[in-house]
Design a protein around this ligand. Structure first.
Ligand code: ADP
Length: 307
């Protein structure tokens, strides 16, 4: 009989111990969960504070850049006027150098302004109908003199299936193209620079357009390609010394394309030129059924059939 009682006693003791263990585990678990929740809350607060600080910094930069731009435009305007007055050759050269330096400073300021606006989440993308062919043509005519000065050909090639009128942000598309084309001319000493536009997908409501800026310049090493879209990054300091620049152009271009819902990338190897591409999906304007429109739709159709 005794062993049975003993066994029962042991069992009871064991059950008690187990129950104690479970209770203690539960309370440890609760404590751990409470601690985790507290730490998560602390982290969230820290993250919000860091985000706010970053935004404040970007806002400050945006405001500052704006304040600096206004007097800068005064300096540039006055220097241009000065250049129209009678000057001797030396004075003329000094004033021209002042103008060029001012223009390049303004370019840098504009980059910083744009970049800080993007970081502060204050850059809005417009959705308005515009002529995409004209934007590409404009960039080409702006870049042609600089290319010609270096003995480079500059070819814009817009394939006829790219719709003329699209809905998007003309200014920002132009800015990205100018940035990429500017780099292409800057880093190419012989051969050509080309801008190409192709339509890769089209429905009644939208068109996906693939834009490429291609050059026959110095090219970019693979490891550099990975970081070159980060802000203030340049391929290497010797190249920077040779070519100048802030290292903001590509970071801005990438962010602008991101904001427009597109993708931007590069294909290149050292010595073999570079091909920067970006793809954007544009809305297409709804054509109200007027006589004029059906006439131009008919023309479009004829153009498409014959191309
Ligand atoms: P930057 O104002 O210095 O040109 P970017 O952001 O536009 O700044 O470019 C960053 C770096 O990427 C450049 O300094 C250059 O090293 C490299 N890069 C950009 N475009 C080209 C190109 N077409 N060919 C060769 N290198 C390029």
């Amino acid at each position: 009989r005794m062993p049975v009682r003993l066994a029962a006693g042991c069992m009871a003791l064991l059950a008690l111990l187990l129950a104690g263990l479970v209770v203690s585990l539960q309370s440890t678990g609760r404590r751990a969960a409470a601690l985790a929740a507290k730490k998560t809350k602390e982290l969230e607060t820290a993250l919000v504070a860091a985000d706010a600080a970053n935004r404040a910094k970007s806002e400050f930069l945006a405001n500052m850049s704006h304040e600096i731009r206004t007097p800068m435009n005064g300096v540039l305007g006055m220097t241009s006027l000065l250049l129209e007055t009678p000057l001797d050759q030396e004075q003329q050269e000094f004033a021209e150098t002042a103008l060029r330096s001012g223009q390049s400073l303004l370019g840098i300021l504009n980059d910083i302004l744009d970049f800080s606006k993007i970081e502060a989440g204050k850059l809005d993308i417009l959705l308005e109908p515009f002529d995409l062919h004209a934007v590409v043509g404009d960039v080409a005519s702006l870049m042609t003199p600089a290319a010609a000065q270096k003995g480079l050909r500059f070819d814009p090639r817009i394939s006829p299936d790219v719709p003329k009128t699209v809905v998007g942000d003309a200014l920002r598309v132009r800015q990205v193209l100018l940035n990429l084309a500017g780099n292409a001319v800057k880093f190419t000493s012989q051969g050509h620079v080309a801008i190409k536009a192709d339509c890769v997908e089209r429905t009644d409501e939208h068109a996906v357009v693939h834009l490429v800026v291609e050059d026959t310049g110095i090219g970019i090493a693979e490891d550099v390609q990975k970081t070159m879209f980060d802000k203030f990054t340049q391929a290497d300091s010797s190249i920077t010394r040779r070519f100048g620049g802030t290292g903001l152009g590509l970071a801005i271009s990438k962010q602008l394309v991101d904001l427009m819902g597109g993708k931007l990338g590069v294909k290149s190897s050292p010595g073999a030129g570079a091909e920067f591409w970006f793809t954007l999906s544009f809305g297409l304007p709804k054509a109200p059924k007027t006589k004029e429109n059906s006439k131009s739709a008919l023309k479009d159709l004829q153009a498409q059939i014959s191309s």
